[in-house]
Structures are given as C-alpha cells and as structure tokens.
Design a protein around this ligand. Structure first.
Ligand SMILES: [Zn+2]
Ligand SMILES: [Zn+2]
Length: 335
C-alpha cells in the first residue's frame, strides 16, 4: 500500500491512498491544475485514480474538487450532509447564507447523533452547536466570497446557470462508522469533532496486503471514537495544526483564535503529543504530522513535540515521524 501526500496544511489538503488495484484521492483542496502538477511531481498518474473521497466541505479540502472530478470522470464519495453543504457552497444564489445553512445542518447532525446514541462528545464537553465560525486562513475568505455573491444575486438575475458548478460525474454517499469498499480497499470513515456539516477521517485497509493507513486531520480534540479508530494503523497522517503560544501571540483575530482552539477546531502540537504519549498504541511504522498552520506553527516545533512524546515511551523509537508539506508533495510512503 502507498500514501502520497500531495499537500497538507491550512491552505490546501490532498492525499492519494493506493493499494495494488485501487487508487483513491482524499480531498482536493488545491486547484485542479495544481493538483495535477503535484501528481506529476509525485509520479502519480491521475488517470489511474478510481474515486475522490471528501472529509468535509471546508475550502482547504474541496477547492479543486468539481473541476478535477469532471476532468477525470470519477465518482466522488461524501456523506450526504457534506454533499448538501458543498452543493450549497457551490450555488450561492440562496436566501440563506452558508453560515446559517451550516448552523441548521449542525442541529440536524446533533439530532441524528442523539437518535443513534452515537454522540462522540464526552459528557459535559461543550457541544458542537457552537456558532459555526471561521476555519483557518482560507475559510473566512470563502464565506466572504459566498456572502458577496449571495448579495449580488439578490439583484434579481434568477436565470439558472447553464452549467451547474456542483455537477459531478457521480456521487456516492457513505456514513461515518460504516465501512465500505472501493476496489480492494476497505474504507472506514469516522466522525471528527470539527465545525463542518458532517466531518470525518478515514481508515483504509487492504485485506490482501494486511496494511492499514489513516487520515485524521481537522479535529478539535481526540474523542474516544477517533482514538479507537486509530488503533493498529501502519501509516498515520495526523494533524499537528498549531503551537499554542504562536497562536495566542499570532496575527489571527480573537474570534478565529477561539475557534481554532475550540473543541471543533484543530489539534495543537501539544494535543497531538498528548495523544502520542498517552493513547497511541505505538503500532505505526510511520507517523506523518500534517495540516500545519503556516501562521501559527513551525515545522520544527511540531516535529520536536511529537518526537519528545514518543521518546518518553522508550519502546516507540522505531516509529518514524515525518512532516507533510504545504508547498510540495511528500515522497510516497510505501509499505
Ligand atoms: Zn476544516
Ligand atoms: Zn482543513
């Protein structure tokens, strides 16, 4: 099996996970052109991709999605709420702003979760109904754009666009917690605590190769369901988004700092280290730290923090720790 991280960070995320027979692209958070360029750099053939899977609808995960999927003519896998949120974002002629829509979907999500008694929040934890706020660097821009175009559309031009910007070659739905197969890969999505419609991470397993790889980024904390999903993983792409001091002293407005730090924001270096020191089972051959913030983190700080956590557990010295890059693909990790 192979994981090729084409880009990781607050400005765009995309990763290829491949088995002998199946190749999946997880998220498409750069322009189609840039994604194709990165695939060429990493020696990955875009024509060999079987499907695109989306973790959540934030801009840094979907920026090139529609164009790329149409170009490659491959299906896109979403949860239904994520797909609906994405369609809403792509078609801004609406009476409801995206922020309002998101709030509505969050309520639906909590209701669904309560019904299924699968709430991932620990008892007493702040719930996920907090005002949907801004994501990292790219997010506020997308909401602003959306609101601007929604306002512009109020001028009365109601004619349907001849080319629906949200059209895709095919859409498939999955549900967090329910495994599904694409080719010879089994995909198990798990719910993550993050301020999007229905965010998730993924575990990929190739039965024939007995290898498991996982992607866990964009989560405000490590709830029990994520900890248990991340057991027996051979290659783990794990968020290490910000350094707490850099974030506190950094350039973000107060509201955005609050949001990043919240339980539906992003994992700090400290939170990631805590997971590695206390909950991680030590199974991985390779841990890749990803989704680093350019404004509020330094790669050496993230690396130091994770390595220190692993060093405290003397038995884990064999775990290789890598840093995913925002600006260039990482060499494929093959097991
Ligand atoms: Zn996000
Ligand atoms: Zn993100």
């Amino acid at each position: 099996m192979r994981m090729t991280i084409l880009a990781s960070g607050s400005k765009g995320n995309s990763t290829i996970v491949a088995s002998a027979r199946t190749r999946l692209l997880i998220d498409a958070g750069l322009s189609c052109r840039e994604l194709l360029k990165r695939m060429a750099q990493a020696d990955e053939d875009p024509a060999a991709l079987d499907a695109i899977l989306i973790t959540h609808e934030h801009q840094d995960h979907i920026a090139g999605l529609a164009v790329l999927a149409r170009r490659l003519r491959i299906p896109v896998y979403f949860t239904e709420p994520t797909h609906r949120a994405w369609v809403r974002m792509m078609a801004p002629r609406t009476t409801m702003t995206y922020a309002k829509w998101l709030e509505h979907t969050q309520k639906e999500k909590v209701a669904r979760a309560a019904a299924a008694t699968q709430l991932t929040s620990e008892p007493g934890a702040p719930n996920e109904l907090g005002a949907p706020d801004l994501d990292s660097e790219t997010w506020d821009r997308s909401v602003a754009d959306l609101q601007a175009s929604a306002a512009a559309s109020d001028e009365g031009v109601a004619a349907a666009s001849p080319r629906d910007p949200a059209r895709l070659p095919a859409v498939e739905y999955f549900q967090p917690g329910t495994a599904f197969s694409i080719g010879d890969l089994t995909v198990t999505p798990f719910t993550t605590p993050h301020d999007a419609a229905d965010p998730c991470g993924f575990v990929f397993e190739s039965a024939s190769e007995a290898i498991r790889m996982a992607i866990a980024t964009d989560l405000g904390y490590m709830p029990p369901n994520v900890k248990s999903a991340l057991q027996r993983i051979d290659v783990l792409l794990l968020e290490s988004n910000h350094d707490l001091d850099m974030l506190k002293d950094g350039p973000y407005p107060w509201a955005v700092k609050q949001r990043v730090l919240s339980r539906v924001g992003h994992l700090s270096n400290h939170a990631t280290a805590q997971f590695l020191a206390q909950d991680y089972d030590g199974h991985a051959t390779c841990i890749v730290l990803g989704h680093l913030s350019e404004s509020n983190n330094a790669p050496e700080l993230a690396l130091l923090s994770a390595e220190q956590a692993l060093r405290e557990r003397g038995t884990l010295l064999g775990n290789r720790v890598l840093l995913a890059q925002q600006s260039a693909p990482l060499a494929p990790i093959c097991l």
